[in-house]
Design a protein around this ligand. Sequence first.
Ligand code: GLC
Length: 453
Amino acid sequence: MRTKKMKWLMMLLVIMLMVSLLAGCGGTEEPAEPEEPAEPAEPAEPAEPSGEDVTITVAAGAVGQELELTQAAAERFMDENPGVTVNVLDTPDLAQDRLGLYLQFFEAQSSEVDVYQIDVIWPGDLAEHFVDLNEYGAGDVIDEHFPAIVENNTVDGKLVAIPWFTDAGLLYYRTDMLEKYNFEPPTTWDELEEQAALIQEGERADGNPDFVGFVWQGDSYEGLTCDALEWIASNDGGTIISPDRMITINNTNAIEIVDQAAGWIGTISPTGVTGFGEEDARAVWQGGNAAFMRNWPYAYSLGQGSDSAVAGNFDVSPLPAGDSGAGAATLGGWQLAVSKYSENPEIAAEVALFMANYDNQKIRAVEGSLNPTIMALYDDDEVLEANPFFGSLYDVFINAVARPSTATAPNYNAVSTAFFRAVHSVLTGDTDAATAFEELELDLQDITGFDIE
Ligand code: GLC
């Protein structure tokens, strides 16, 4: 993971250098003054395929099988559209790093990337850099998608991105282990703790010193915001900032559960979990060395793969509950947006709409267990056969808890960064949750200007 991070850091540096050169600024120390925002690029340039080849670059994710799946969709588009080359640009795994890369392109108003894969939390923060897909034919298909995601992607009436796949946090558990130790899947965090501790102890005694109870996303990044929001929401501790723009994070229920999670480090979870992203957790899990894992649906098909040590021996359930009595899953997911700086926005929009259409979402669902945003795909037999949990956990997907990105736009990334840093400092034992959240609420007030509840 570190190597991949390094690779991306290098790439960011190169891009920063390019951006400053482009902006006519020789030094790399000071970021180039952004030009006066140019008049928004006129979207409606008629994109007559002029006989000349057009290249469309799609900046896409590479977690799990994402990159291969996106490349395959690009091939299908090219088969149907001779004269168009679709390049897929591999971007960093961690959401913050990917955002950093995108911001460099935006600052340069670069036409290098035409289509961006954007997180469900970014439409509000990034809306100004994208075209309105309503003006490029999305209106014909948008009603097929979950209305809540369409609403999330609509900023001031503008459809910033077409929904591509949705995500919700799940609990992965080892069916063979629960059978061996005579447990039912845990429904509360306390039960999970108890089971994870006993299974870990038993498996270590049975000769696997690497076995751990529970892996999840504890690195200081967006993934931790997702995990921590699940703990807090399941414990009746709110959503950091409420939809009506009150700062709610400094409350006893939130404090209590984050302190509880800090107690997992070095007990049921490895100390290294405070540096784990999704793929680190999956590596431990898929190697057969964890009883439980919190992750997104993409890990399901990979876990059932022929090279997985846990194939046939795991299932998924809703995440455990705290005081609220019900588990909470954070809403995740990714969309495709067309850059306002693209030289070929019409063709770029065609690519985006193609990649997000029924057939392509179906392939991604069947092959990569990436949850469709097109509702009818949840009735599709092949999709359900590959992913029975799309049906059995349907409620989890449609009731997933949103991060406060709409309420805090365009400052969501700053809000989330302050939050995950505060939680991370509790996990690493630098402070306790009461102290961390007392400071955090003031930071959030500075960032947003909202009142504290
Ligand atoms: C997944 C989710 C995304 C979230 C990210 C955090 O990719 O789909 O919404 O921000 O994980 O790591």
